[in-house]
Design a protein around this ligand. Structure first.
Ligand code: CU
Length: 152
């Protein structure tokens, strides 16, 4: 490998969270954000790839960064208003498939932040999968990320 390529790879790893693999599960492009220094809650978003031939399921998430972490999704209520809902059964990830946790959709909800989330810092969390087991990842806090939900 050329020296330049090596340097580029190191720089890339610093700027973006490197993909994490475990038990056939790959986590890409994870980031955390809150709405500011006074925020008591924050969201974590990522892409979860399942490279195995069997469905897997994200059952729960543990982290010291908040008093409680829940799996949330957005659903329309009777009045057509989008509301966040706890998903107690977890997020299934299809065999050879992908599930995207993104703003306005499925996400990890951190409630009761232990400390304010500062841009450029990172939080640690453990993803618990039915098949792949526990996976500890470090997620960069990115308060400047644009909302990708409407960029089709
Ligand atoms: Cu939420």
């Amino acid at each position: 490998m050329s020296m330049i390529k090596k340097i580029l790879m190191v720089v890339t790893a610093i700027l973006f969270a490197a993909p994490v693999f475990a038990g056939g599960i790959e986590i890409n492009d994870a980031y955390a954000r809150s709405s500011g220094k006074m925020a008591k809650a924050g969201g974590v978003f990522m892409m979860i790839h399942n490279h195995t031939g069997a469905e897997d399921r994200l059952l729960e998430v543990r982290s010291d960064a908040a008093k409680m972490v829940q799996l949330h999704t957005h659903l329309k209520d009777e009045d057509g208003v989008m509301k966040m809902r706890h998903v107690p059964d977890g997020f299934d990830i299809p065999a050879h498939g992908m599930r995207s946790l993104k703003r306005g959709g499925d996400h990890l909800m951190f409630m009761g932040l232990v400390a304010p989330w500062e841009h450029g810092e990172a939080i640690q969390l453990t993803l618990v999968f039915e098949n792949a087991g526990e996976m500890m990842i470090e997620v960069p806090i990115d308060l400047e990320r644009k909302d990708m939900a409407h960029s089709h």
